[in-house]
Design a protein around this ligand. Structure first.
Ligand code: GLC
Length: 687
């Protein structure tokens, strides 16, 4: 059951697709109060209550015990005390012995989620705008709740199948030659590869929709050449458009009046990579159409995937903030520069970035009415994603394109995927990536992943190996790193063969993982979920923070610690463990319910499957297009004949009908095949 409550005059967000009448009674489960314009929801938490959701946010799978703020922020260098990340996903599920309901705040302004932070037994959720649609969802189970929420917000984005391949990326690939060399090295060494991201280095002076003719002389030809090698180029597009006369995107944007305006009607400007930029008003349909049309030449050149960035929007500085900082500096340095003055000076300059004053100083036009940016701040990235997705649909409605964005809001889950922003090469960020995945799924973002290896600072070999092992199961499997950090391509490391084999396992599992992903997406289910969804009556499973469920019947438990040679894994039921070293070399170990110490050296990683749930491995290959997805080895812990519905399609149909793409794979009972592992069926299938 979904109930809607409306307060004031909500800003349209495009998040919800189900039209419901607003209720008039009191909001159930919460005490509602007002504090000036703010709406405050308070609820007492029972000792056993868990909170799931909030998609991209720091800390655990269970969000209880911290304070989070919905406020999309460019927060390079975030840690576990960072309250806001790049996206805001305002869906939270309350789950306990007495409760199973969800709260969705359809409000693109700032929201504070004090989830047992001020008082451990109380959740206080505050909408600053006070103008919003609020939804309460009530179902008998967590799974039903997730499905009901997806009915409210619409089906998740479907990427093309090639996007499940391995993608190599780095800020700093400065020429066509360099990209070719990187791709060539992967092919030479047998490291599978389906895409290379082009970062801002391909642009001329970091201007969107241009490219450096000296270093990338003919992007069309380059893209076509790479495609022949089954490698897609995936260019980055930033939100800001450089303010420069004679630069077509600026001239046409200016002529159309498509940029966000200040109160005096002039264009709002702030600096990002290319210098001073204007910001498209993506909330306007005509501005989205104009911006989307700028992708057309690249699409015509055969580009099939993009990543949209800096769309919180990130503001390095505005002229106003710089002047203010200089004024403050003069004031502070007038006399003796003591330590207070020195800190003041530092803060004055640090504060010029992403300054709240700036976010209050410009406007969008919504149905002809001005809306101050901060009231709708969290929608900016989602609206940019929408502009791009609409352009794809206009360009070729019969095809899926790859799109992933840094900033997002619920609603954008229908139009694209996301990456988890600028993480670091830290073990703590490996764990954070794992913990975010189920909550992103709960909020509709199935196609996601983190920068494998970590974006900021220098990766170590073992950390990259462990990141990749988790990445095997992430829909978006991209190795990405920042300029000036240590080279992070697999082949740069002495143990590259181990990592190559990890990626090879991804390709052997790819038809199976794709099948699990598509079935989840097309049934409004979850590809990743907390263990609580499958084992709601098992307190130990409910509170598990370092293992997650995958697809219909699998679970993953990655190694997340430096120098670890294994880990404890909790099995809520009897399962089959697969310990991978390569697609050809793995152990099959039936394990019973309970806790187990599992040896797992650096070259090994684990997948668990419930009884009667097979895992299918194909022969693998160097790219998705050449994968043989007809011939499989299927493994399953079972004592009967089992069937698996394998989903297969052309990898591109934007609106596939699930039933038309399922093939039944029948596995004989373990006893009927000459299995070396008692109780485990191992069969060769041709489907
Ligand atoms: C931002 C992005 C990062 C990219 C960099 C340069 O920090 O998050 O992925 O490499 O900008 O474009």
């Amino acid at each position: 059951m979904i109930r809607k409550y409306t307060f004031g005059h909500p800003i349209p967000t495009d998040a919800v697709v189900l039209s419901l009448p607003a209720e008039t009674g009191a909001v159930p489960f919460f005490t509602l109060s007002r504090n000036g314009e703010q709406i405050v929801l308070t609820r007492k938490l029972e000792a056993e209550d868990c909170l799931f959701g909030l998609g991209e946010s720091v800390r655990g799978i269970n969000k209880r015990g911290f304070l989070y703020r919905s406020w999309n922020s460019d927060v390079f260098n975030h840690t576990e005390s960072t309250e806001s990340l790049y996206s805001s996903h305002n869906f939270l599920v309350f789950f306990g012995p007495e409760s199973c309901f969800g709260l969705y705040m359809d409000d693109p302004g700032r929201i504070t989620w004090d989830l047992g932070y001020t008082r451990t037994d109380t959740a206080v959720i505050t909408s600053e705008n006070g103008n919003l649609d609020l939804y309460i969802l009530e179902e008998a189970s967590l799974t039903a709740l997730a499905r009901s929420f997806r009915r409210l917000i619409g089906r998740s984005y479907l990427p093309p199948r090639w996007a499940f391949g391995y993608i190599q990326s780095r800020w700093g690939y400065a020429s066509e030659e360099e990209v070719r060399a990187v791709a060539g090295e992967h092919r030479k060494r047998g490291i599978p590869l389906d895409g290379v991201c082009l970062d801002i280095d391909y642009m001329e002076d970091f201007k969107n929709f241009t490219w450096r003719k000296d270093a990338f002389p003919d992007l069309n030809r380059f893209s076509a050449d790479m495609k022949k090698e089954h490698i897609r180029l995936i260019p980055i597009i930033d939100a800001g458009i450089k303010e420069e006369e004679g630069y077509a995107p600026y001239d046409t944007g200016k002529a159309g009046g498509f940029f966000c305006k200040k109160e005096d009607g002039s264009d709002f400007t702030a600096a990002v990579w290319p210098g001073v930029c204007c910001f498209p008003d993506f909330m306007r349909e005509d501005a989205r159409r104009w911006f989307g049309s700028l992708y057309t030449p690249l699409l015509e050149a055969g580009v099939e995937g993009f990543w949209n960035d800096m769309n919180e929007p990130a503001l390095f500085y505005t002229e106003e903030r710089v002047q203010e900082a200089f004024r403050r500096a003069e004031e502070l340095c007038g006399g003796n520069v003591d330590y207070e003055a020195m800190w003041g000076l530092k803060n004055a300059f640090n504060g010029i970035e992403n300054n709240p004053e700036d976010y209050r100083s410009f406007f969008h036009s919504v149905d002809g009415q001005p809306v101050r940016h901060d009231k709708a701040h969290n929608l900016y990235g989602a609206s940019m994603t929408r502009a791009t997705a609409e352009a794809f649909r206009r360009f070729d409605p019969g095809r899926r394109f790859l799109l992933f964005s840094r900033s997002s809001f619920i609603g954008a889950h229908r139009n694209g995927g996301i990456w988890q922003g600028d993480n670091f090469s830290w073990w703590s960020h490996l764990k954070m990536a794992l913990q975010m995945l189920p909550n992103l799924n709960l909020c509709g973002f199935l196609f996601s992943g983190c920068d494998l290896g970590g974006f900021g600072c220098n990766v170590t070999e073992d950390l990259l190996a462990r990141f990749l092992q988790l990445g095997v199961f992430m829909p978006l499997m991209r190795n990405h790193s920042a300029l000036h950090t240590r080279d992070q391509e697999i082949y740069r490391f002495s143990s590259w063969e181990i990592m190559r084999d990890t990626v090879r396992v991804r390709y052997a599992l790819l038809p199976f993982l794709y099948s699990e992903f598509m079935k989840a997406a097309l049934t409004d289910g979850m590809y990743f979920r907390p263990l609580a969804f499958d084992y709601s009556k098992d307190p130990r499973a409910v509170h598990t923070e370092d293992q997650i469920m995958l697809g219909e019947g699998c679970m993953i438990a990655p190694v997340l610690e430096q120098n670890a040679v294994g880990r404890y894994v909790y099995l809520p039921e009897d399962m089959l463990m697969i310990r991978f070293r390569s697609p050809e070399d793995y152990d099959l170990v039936p394990l019973d319910r309970g806790s187990h110490w599992i040896d797992c050296s650096l070259r090994e990683f684990l997948l668990f499957a419930k009884k009667d749930h097979p895992v299918l491995l194909c022969p693998g290959g160097e790219c998705t297009e050449l994968l043989d997805d007809r011939t499989f080895t299927a493994v399953c812990r079972t004592d009967r004949e089992v069937t698996y519905d394998l989903y297969r399609d052309d990898g591109s149909d934007p609106d596939p009908v699930l039933a038309e793409h399922l093939t039944k794979a029948v596995l004989p009972a373990a006893a009927a095949c000459s299995s070396a592992v008692p109780g485990v069926a191992i069969s060769s299938l041709v489907l």
